[in-house]
Design a protein around this ligand. Structure first.
Ligand SMILES: Cc1cc2nc3c(=O)[nH]c(=O)nc-3n(C[C@H](O)[C@H](O)[C@H](O)COP(=O)(O)OP(=O)(O)OC[C@H]3O[C@@H](n4cnc5c(N)ncnc54)[C@H](O)[C@@H]3O)c2cc1C
Length: 443
């Protein structure tokens, strides 16, 4: 009996079970983690933190999860596209597009130091060595993340209009098509299967492309990629988190973080102080502003994008393989009886208003590719602010302050990278080092 009592009291001693570091385990059992933001990044983090046994509270200014950038994205789990916008060819391309309203990437200069300093860092990330390093980091995280998503889906049965038919990248100019084989080789190097297809093979892969066969020069097909509705996923996972004991505080806009003795101690929402042992910033494009007064500098700038969602008639000739139009930087994903068309990138500050002209442009392009879409109702237009870092590598890890962590800056790939990032940051908060070749912050 005495021995049993001693064992119960000392069960965190390193000699017992799989616990290797006693202090770390004692802390984690006591830890109350406050997750700031209920988008893809915040909700996946909350899930893995709860699975690891922490008490978790999520704070969100909207009335539900996933209502900002995670609301109507392109739907692609795109492991086959780890290359960032910042690449050696980007500066010349952006100059060519300057001032063109239909440009896939549009820089609208403003009197905003944040925009210019981000732009300069973007140029730096266009150096070949940086592009290679960023591509590799994102590819590793993307592969890990897709595995995490699949495991979570199998474990929970979560439903989000998932389709596992792959992504077909289409090329319409000889210069871009010339990149298909090197891109396939690069992906093979990461262990990602991708095939270069001629126009006939593209059509065989996705018969709904029959009407634009003449203009297609070729494609790059990644059969293991998938698609799904990020909003449905975020909201369902938030529901599963709640069932597992995570507390959600909606309609709660945060104004600051309180720090005492070099340690984050509370999140401030109006007059309310919400205390906890650890704070995870997952506020998307608004992450940098919250931590700037603490001397923390996150290179995140909003990059605006648009989407159009078309409800489909039963006889619509719509694709089921997800399509990426590499020339226009537009993606089309089938989400049940809807087609989501998304794209364009605009550096224009925090304005998230919908510009119908931009939406109509991407809708027109989708109708060129698939003229027999037969929409069954009104198209829904949407705009969102991608929380982009200059090299498109998210910021996951520790801050310089005790008890303050980041899972943010996922840019163009926040859906692709969500589960892996959430799982990795849960491990980091637990005091572990994720076994993944990724540049985690301050690890
Ligand atoms: C047009 C478009 C297409 C895209 N397509 C794809 C795609 O096909 N595949 C892919 O992988 N990714 C895609 N993305 C990127 C992806 O959608 C984002 O990277 C992802 O949604 C970011 O998630 P997040 O949780 O970091 O941010 P968010 O979803 O914006 O979540 C942050 C949350 O923090 C809350 N918040 C902010 N400030 C405060 C505050 N002060 N107080 C309280 N709460 C606050 C917000 O309300 C929000 O809910 C696309 C993005 C866009 C815009």
């Amino acid at each position: 009996m005495l021995l049993l009592r001693w064992f119960a009291k000392n069960r965190n001693y390193p000699g017992f079970g799989r616990l290797t570091h006693p202090r770390q385990r004692i802390e984690s059992e006591r830890m109350h983690v406050i997750v700031l933001g209920a988008g893809l990044a915040g909700v996946t983090s909350a899930w893995y933190l709860r699975q690891a046994g922490h008490r978790v509270t999520v704070i969100e200014r909207q009335p539900a999860a996933g209502l900002e950038t995670s609301f109507a994205n392109g739907g692609q789990i795109s492991v086959s596209h780890p290359e960032p916008w910042a690449n050696p060819g980007a500066p010349a391309q952006i100059l060519r597009w300057l001032g063109r309203e239909d440009a896939p990437l549009l820089f609208r200069p403003r009197l905003d130091w944040g925009q210019w300093s981000w732009g300069l860092r973007f140029l730096l990330e266009c150096l070949p060595g940086r592009t290679r390093r960023n591509t590799e980091a994102v590819a590793r995280l993307a592969i890990y993340s897709r595995n995490c998503l699949r495991a979570l889906q199998t474990e929970t049965g979560i439903e989000y209009d998932r389709l596992g038919k792959g992504i077909l990248h289409l090329f319409f100019s000889p210069g871009e098509y010339a990149q298909a084989a090197p891109r396939a080789a690069l992906l093979h190097g990461f262990g990602v299967h991708a095939e270069v297809l001629d126009p006939a093979a593209c059509l065989k892969t996705e018969p709904a492309l029959a009407h634009c066969e003449d203009s297609i020069l070729g494609g790059l097909y990644a059969p293991d990629d998938e698609t799904g509705d990020a909003l449905a996923f975020t909201q369902q996972l938030a529901g599963l988190c709640r069932e597992a004991g995570v507390a959600f505080r909606y309609d709660t806009p945060l104004s600051a973080l309180a720090v005492e003795g070099g340690r984050a101690v509370a999140a401030l929402a109006g007059a309310e102080r919400i205390g906890g042992d650890a704070f995870l910033v997952a506020l998307g494009s608004y992450s940098a502003a919250l931590v700037r007064p603490l001397g923390e500098c996150l290179p995140i700038y909003p990059v605006k994008g648009y989407s159009v969602t078309l409800p489909l008639a039963p006889d619509a000739e719509a694709p089921s393989v997800s399509i990426t139009d590499e020339s226009r930087r537009i993606v089309c994903s089938r989400l049940g009886q809807r087609l989501r068309i998304a794209g364009t990138a605009e550096l224009t500050g925090f304005d998230s208003g919908v510009n119908p002209a931009r939406c109509q442009a991407i809708q027109r392009r989708a109708l060129q590719l698939f003229p027999h879409l037969a929409p069954a109702g009104e198209a829904e237009y949407w705009a969102g602010l991608r929380p982009a870092t200059p090299g498109n590598v998210p910021i996951i890890g520790r801050s310089r302050l005790d008890g303050l962590f980041y899972n943010t800056g996922h840019g163009t790939l926040g859906w692709t990278l969500a589960c892996g990032s959430g799982r990795a940051i849960a491990e980091i908060i637990d005091g572990k080092t994720p076994q993944l070749g990724f540049p985690f912050r301050h690890l």
